[in-house]
Design a binder for this molecule. Structure first.
Ligand SMILES: [Ca+2]
Length: 315
């Protein structure tokens, strides 16, 4: 057939091999019949080099990744699953809260006017910190400890932090963690406090005689905070949802908000002068450490009974 052993792009196949290989002969015969001689040899060399190039490219891309735009820290973080997880930056532990619908507000008929009317609310799946944020965790992210009750130990809840301070904490933590931590909404908080929307007066129990097993409050706190997680958790494994420190929520406070609250994932009024705190603290009487009780304070307010825990959406 007059083939050359060496084409212009280097050694080519031995003519004997080419002529005796059915696959190569098929590829050769599939070339336009007008291509002859050196053109055919160049075509086969180019074809082999193209295959080799594609193979090398696929190997490099599988190792280094070379397709698509550069990914952000959030996109690179592993997806959350419906299981507890621990944030590696702060060692903060989160419980999974499966969403659902519940009766929110004054379900026992002895609450404050702003707990009325009782209304049905539905929340989606989310995660909530098992514990109040501690002084050590605040120190890790912010580099300082503003708490009034320090010196007892690192696992005490941080206090003397305003709602605005907490937003700065969240912003810095999210930059480090690549996640989207946030404060829970008031509805999410109450749903979780009621052990998943149950008719519980206090988070974990409806019997006042057992309240001391779940809460640090006026009758047993000795006038100060205590190490997080020392009392019994509620039905979702969340500690200190009643007592120890008040917990900031994301919502603006609306005294009459329950009269017009949307049913699904309410987020509070669009604006206001005060932010909501929930759960009571080491200071109040049993009435004010109930699951439905609502406190309000200016977003700049710092108090030695005001702290928080973080949430994060499941999606
Ligand atoms: Ca608390």
């Amino acid at each position: 057939m007059g083939w050359k052993k060496f084409g212009p792009l280097g050694p080519t196949l031995d003519p004997k091999i080419v002529e005796t290989s059915p696959w190569v002969r098929w590829k050769y015969n599939s070339i336009d019949n007008d291509i002859r001689g050196e053109d055919k040899i160049m075509y086969l060399n180019d074809y082999r080099r193209l295959l080799l190039g594609l193979l090398l490219l696929s190997i490099v891309c599988s190792v280094a990744g070379c397709a698509g735009p550069k990914k952000t820290a959030t996109e690179l973080s592993p997806p959350l699953t419906a299981r507890p997880f621990t944030d590696p930056v702060t060692n903060m532990e989160f419980a999974f809260v499966q969403g659902g619908c519940f009766q929110m507000g004054n379900t026992f008929g002895d609450g404050e006017p702003d707990e009325k009317p009782v209304h049905e609310v539905c929340v989606g799946d989310f995660y909530l910190g098992k514990y109040e944020v501690t002084q050590e965790q605040w120190q890790t992210v912010m580099g300082s400890n503003p708490s009034q009750f320090k010196g007892y130990g690192s696992n005490y809840p941080v206090e003397m932090v305003s709602w605005d301070d907490v937003q700065e904490f969240i912003s810095r933590l999210n930059q480090k963690s690549g996640k989207r931590f946030r404060l829970p909404t008031e509805a999410e908080w109450e749903y979780a406090a009621r052990s998943g929307g149950k008719r519980e007066k206090w988070p974990g129990t409806s019997r006042e005689g057992k309240l001391g097993q779940y809460a640090w409050y006026d009758e047993n706190s000795a006038g100060r905070t205590h190490r997080v997680g020392e009392k019994r958790p509620n039905g979702l494994g969340l500690y200190d949802m009643t007592g120890n420190v008040w917990e900031w929520c994301s919502d603006w406070y609306g005294e009459n908000y329950y009269q017009s609250s949307p049913r699904n994932n309410p987020e509070g009024p669009g604006s206001g002068s005060y932010k909501v705190l929930r759960g009571g603290s080491w200071s109040p009487y049993p009435r004010d450490v109930r699951a439905a009780f609502r406190l309000r304070n200016a977003p700049t307010y710092r108090g030695d009974s005001s702290g928080f825990r973080l949430g994060v959406s499941a999606r």
